[in-house]
Ligand binder design. Structure first.
Ligand SMILES: [Zn+2]
Length: 342
């Protein structure tokens, strides 16, 4: 599908993500000021309910786990990027040139509620340097950052929710596609990051130690957070600043990472609520997957694989995309909520 070319429309530049608001909440025992509009259980809440079920109903742990899973009474942490206080009330991602791939935000590392990055503001809003993830940091290194009760070790993530408020530029495209998700060239992808075992701190990092020439011993730093996806293009035989590694962004949406597209040429901000569950099992080649695609979602995002692949310390990222001249992804707000089992 070749998109129709569009004339360029120039608008006010906004490179003002610095004014965006980032907010995170973790349902942690130490978080007494947490007043969400809907109640998110803490790890201790979930564990207490499990113990009550076991005591009151004389149930084995396995049955209590099943009841908690069925009720979706899982601890949750959330992170939000809010661009509504920018001059245009949205962050504009334009499809022409090199600006069509915008890192928007990342979650905290799964289950590491005692871990903090050296710089909390840039942690939320800055993309990881494009390094190829080498050896992953072992989960034994994470234990000191895990609050009791810890996430279960097998498939800890149960559900990931994306709440996105956005639109495209509100014009253009084929008239037949207007108001649908067909041939929409503005969308959002979910990425994944992990801690690399061999990464060292950058000189500019607050945790950089001149004596050791890297991060403090035993310190796990945000400098070590490297992407699993999007992929990084290798610079074979061309090491050095002249040809540094870079992100290898796909031109087209990828079936297993596309969270949601915007409706084509639809005026006004739209709200999308997307839920990925660990036990989803929509075959990417089924008619149910085609239904996902008709609703602007990736055909291979209904099989639960992304959620099941997550482990302790994993980080979800959201990227905003736009392709081809004239297309603009206007992002007002993105929220990621991660639910896990204890
Ligand atoms: Zn560092």
């Amino acid at each position: 599908m070749i998109p129709r070319p569009f004339p360029f429309r120039h608008g006010k530049e906004d490179n003002a993500e610095d004014n965006a608001t980032y907010k995170s909440t973790a349902s942690s025992t130490s978080d007494t000021n947490h007043t969400p509009t809907e109640y998110d259980a803490s790890p201790v809440d979930t564990m207490t309910v499990k113990r009550l079920l076991m005591a009151a109903g004389n149930l084995p742990l396995e049955l209590a786990d099943m009841i908690v899973d069925q009720a979706e009474y899982w601890p949750c942490s959330s992170v939000t990027a809010d661009y509504s206080n920018l001059p245009r009330k949205v962050l504009g991602i334009r499809g022409a040139g090199n600006d069509g791939n915008k890192f928007l935000l990342r979650t905290d590392p799964l289950g590491l509620s005692r871990w903090t990055p050296p710089n909390h503001d840039s942690w939320r809003s800055t993309q990881a340097l494009p390094h190829k993830l080498g050896r992953e940091l072992g989960s034994d290194r994470f234990q000191e950052f895990v609050e009791e009760p810890p996430p279960v070790s097998e498939h800890p993530v149960r559900k990931v929710v994306f709440n996105i408020r956005s639109s495209d530029q509100g014009w253009g495209g084929e008239p037949n596609d207007h108001g649908s998700y067909r041939h929409s060239w503005t969308w959002f992808d979910a990425g994944l990051e992990r801690f690399d075992a061999e990464a060292q701190c950058d000189e500019n990092c607050p945790s950089y130690s001149a004596e050791e020439g890297k991060g403090k011993d035993g310190h796990i730093c945000s400098c070590a957070v490297w992407p699993v996806w999007p992929a990084v293009a290798s610079s074979e035989g061309n090491e050095g600043a002249a040809n540094p590694p870079r992100y290898d962004h796909d031109l087209l949406p990828t079936a297993d990472h596309k969270i949601q597209a915007n409706k084509v040429a639809k005026q006004g901000i739209q709200q999308h609520h997307i839920v990925w569950r660990w036990n989803d099992d929509v075959d990417p080649n089924s008619s149910a997957a085609e239904e996902l695609e008709r609703n602007g979602r990736g055909k291979a995002t209904g099989n639960g694989e992304f959620v099941r692949s997550m482990k302790l310390g994993d980080i979800i990222t959201v990227w905003g995309r736009a392709r081809f001249g004239g297309w603009e992804n206007r992002v007002e707000k993105v929220e990621i909520k991660v639910y896990w089992a204890v």
